[in-house]
Write a protein that binds this ligand. Structure first.
Ligand SMILES: [Zn+2]
Ligand SMILES: [Zn+2]
Length: 322
């Protein structure tokens, strides 16, 4: 079965008194079509990824989004999945659609300089330019643009300080990118505030870049904030990564559980921890500690709970780039 996925954002003023009605409308609209996902709405606009089980519902939702928020077809970054990648539809009212403590943001007030994927390929030929990844370290671990600087940030609000620490000359050409383009909209302002005047951002981020130029400047896979964990060079759901059953981070090392004999994927740090290594779940880890010599069935209830944990972890990460 094919599920239709799209990611989009738009900075567009929404009146405070309209937020609640907007929330109700889209919750209802999505539910009727069995569409799931996350939509963040704020007075500064909308930021969302949704997953629809039918092409018809998918089209209808896009049309509705276009009408309400003045989007065009070009604003959607589409991909697909073979399973539903969200558990619920959540339409949340927030202060910001991407958190940087800059609410009610209007990018056009700061003269953003967007580069299309083709313009990006040209711009990086300038050997004097620096390429800066504005995403978090756990995203960068899965894949990055060639020669990009990884700021190793835990969350987006650290961006400004980390950029400053690079001590780049103020006229340096800075080429920034993120997953879907939204973080760079605000990162651009932060860079300007630090005095950088020559800042460019990859429009619509890695997701658009891969649509046009797979297997070129971006290496590895692109982390996404849903159950796919990441998408590959052709925007297919990752076949490499799964959520680590112990901590919810992306995991790719296949292990064999010494308690229940199933195969699963574990992250490097849990693989290096004797309490979690070679154990497929929190349940098996717990039982193994109590009875180290006893085999046992895989505990399905626990496994579901762990999946829920991973989902929860993702949902609550502050700086989602949907
Ligand atoms: Zn882990
Ligand atoms: Zn197990």
């Amino acid at each position: 079965m094919k599920y239709f996925v799209t990611t989009f954002y738009k900075f567009i003023p929404i009146k405070q008194e309209q937020l609640k009605a907007t929330q109700e409308h889209f919750k209802d609209f999505a539910k009727k079509r069995n569409i799931k996902g996350l939509m963040l709405i704020a007075m500064e606009g909308i930021n969302s990824t949704i997953c629809a089980p039918t092409e018809e519902g998918f089209r209808e939702l896009k049309e509705e989004i276009k009408k309400w928020f003045s989007l065009t077809d070009k604003d959607f970054k589409d991909s697909y999945s073979h399973k539903q990648i969200f558990r619920i539809i959540k339409v949340a009212i927030r202060k910001e659609i991407v958190t940087l403590n800059l609410p009610n943001y209007k990018p056009e007030a700061h003269n953003p300089k967007h580069l299309t994927p083709t313009e990006w390929n040209e711009a990086i030929k300038d050997r004097d330019a620096v390429i800066v990844d504005t995403r978090n370290w756990y995203e960068n671990n899965l894949g990055m643009m060639k020669n990009a600087i990884d700021l190793r940030i835990d969350e987006f609000t650290e961006f400004k300080n980390k950029l400053q620490e690079l001590n780049l000359p103020k006229d340096k050409k800075i080429l920034m990118y993120c997953t879907g383009g939204i973080r760079c909209e605000k990162a651009h302002k932060e860079a300007q505030d630090l005095g950088y005047s020559n800042v460019f951002q990859l429009k619509d981020g890695i997701l658009r870049y891969l649509e046009e130029y797979p297997n070129r400047e971006f290496e590895g896979e692109c982390f996404v904030f849903d159950e796919r964990v990441a998408v590959d060079q052709n925007l297919r759901p990752s076949a490499t990564y799964a959520f680590c059953p112990h901590c919810g981070q992306p995991a790719k090392t296949i292990q064999h559980c010494k308690r229940c004999d199933t195969h699963y994927k574990i992250c490097n740090s849990c693989a290096n921890n004797s309490k979690t290594n070679e154990l497929c779940s929190k349940d098996c880890a717990y039982q193994y500690r109590r009875f180290p010599n006893k085999k046992g069935e895989k505990q399905l209830q626990g496994y579901k709970a762990v999946k829920q944990n991973a989902y929860f972890l993702n949902q609550t990460r502050k700086n989602r780039d949907l």
